[in-house]
Design a protein around this ligand. Structure first.
Ligand SMILES: *Cc1c(COP(=O)(O)O)cnc(C)c1O
Length: 416
């Protein structure tokens, strides 16, 4: 039955249950994958290059290196920058654990920088303090996160990092398709004007789904070459250490020859995933536009329904495009006399999935044990966390879905 305004139930999406995020897969996507399955290459074939080129074009990057997931992208980024034991890396506590874990993979220390609780983003003033306390200059990289899809103040972070002699690796897992202002120019996240490396994830809750998948972008051809080599065991098939082994007496390249010059990993994306990625990327602009329409409608309806102190969407900075991976609201649960668990469970029974992004990383048992971090160490992240709730946000949602979520949220906060 077609959607009609007289029948609001029909204006809701085909999903019986509204998760907080979900992929959109079209027949085109399915056809693209089938084509690869019938082709000669399931991995290490031409679809990889197609996907990397298409992504580079989308984000205005010089080089893109795809990999098996967003966590692998972060790991490769720190390996390529030769960060390791004795070094420190700064990230935000308001992120998925992978943004911090990548430092531990390479043996580096993790330091956290508190957030602006109104946006959930790394606070640049706090970053300046974290850097000024680093007298021994152990901090070699800063990993800010464009939380929920809103760009951090990347140019300011980049300036601070450069003054300290540190790299910037921006974790753009939430921000594919986001842009920020640099003077009068709008720059895409991932174009590396104000970062050394940018990482992406193509997990199905993110903007482009490849099942599992990730990528790193950079403007530096040397870093791109290192990323490629590290992604496939540290093996090279050019520029050899032992030329006499590589070439026969008449100067011809020995066809079997390769060299492993450093310890790398197998972090490759498959052609099956890459083909899905190319097809998904073609729909990115309309998907970002739809996410922005949904966010605007959420904001209007929430402002009409609640007083702005008790239910507040995250603050939006002007002059940028938010990619709206998530739609996060801050709720003063206490003022409603409800726990967050009660509200989430009530919404779930009404067919609405919500989630909390994120439990501050420094409160995870692993980090508490390692660094003796404790509650009250990063008060903004903790205050933010106590009030955070992510409402459903994905491009296939209808306006009716948004109205339904706001109405059910009102009921859940008011009911017994
Ligand atoms: C999803 C995500 C990652 C990790 O990506 P995977 O592809 O799941 O490994 C890293 N950082 C952030 C902020 C993320 O949201």
């Amino acid at each position: 039955m077609p959607a009609t305004l007289e029948n609001p139930a029909q204006v809701r999406t085909s999903c019986a249950f509204l998760p907080y995020g979900r992929q959109s897969i079209t027949q085109e996507d399915i056809d693209a994958v089938i084509l690869v399955l019938r082709s000669d290459y399931l991995t290490q074939g031409p679809a990889i290059d197609q996907f990397e080129k298409a992504l580079a074009k989308t984000i205005g990057a010089k080089h893109v290196v795809s990999c098996s997931n967003g966590t692998a992208a972060l790991h490769l980024a720190l390996l390529a920058l030769e960060i390791g034991t004795g070094d420190a890396v700064v990230t935000t506590p308001n992120t998925f654990v992978a943004s911090a874990n990548c430092a531990r993979y390479v043996g580096a220390e993790v330091r956290f920088c508190d957030i602006d609780p109104t946006t959930g983003l790394m606070d640049v003033e706090q970053l300046s303090r974290v850097l000024s306390r680093d007298e021994k200059h152990k901090i070699r990289a800063i990993i800010p996160v464009h939380f929920a899809g809103q760009p951090v103040e990347l140019a300011r972070i980049y300036d601070l990092a450069r003054m300290h002699g540190a790299y910037v690796v921006d974790d753009a897992s939430h921000a594919l398709g986001a842009t920020y202002a640099d003077g009068r120019r709008q720059l895409s996240i991932g174009n590396n004007s104000h970062s050394d490396l940018t990482t992406f994830s193509f997990h199905p809750v993110k903007h482009v789904a490849t099942g599992e998948g990730g990528a790193v972008s950079t403007a530096d051809p040397m870093l791109a070459a290192r990323l490629r080599q590290l992604r496939t065991h540290g093996i090279t098939k050019s520029e050899f250490t032992f030329e006499e082994q590589a070439y026969s007496a008449d100067g011809e390249l020995n066809p079997w020859y390769y060299e492993m010059t450093e310890l790398g990993l197998n972090y490759r994306l498959t052609d099956i995933q890459a083909a899905l990625g190319v097809s998904q990327l073609s729909k990115l602009p309309e998907s970002i536009q739809r996410r922005n329409e949904l966010a605007k409608l959420y904001t209007e309806l929430l402002n009409q329904t609640f007083d702005s102190k008790s239910v507040t969407p995250l603050t939006q900075h002007p002059g940028l495009t938010n990619a709206y991976h998530l739609f996060v609201v801050q709720i003063d649960f206490e003022s409603f006399g409800k726990t967050r668990a009660h509200v989430m469970n009530t919404l779930k029974r009404s067919g609405i999935g919500t989630q909390v992004h994120y439990i501050p990383v420094h409160l995870q048992p692993y980090y508490r044990e390692m660094y003796r971090t404790k509650p009250s160490d990063f008060p903004n992240a903790e205050r933010y966390y106590s009030r955070a709730l992510s409402l459903p946000m994905f491009p296939a949602m209808t306006d009716g879905d948004v109205a339904f979520v706001v109405e059910q949220l009102k009921t859940a906060l008011a009911g017994k």
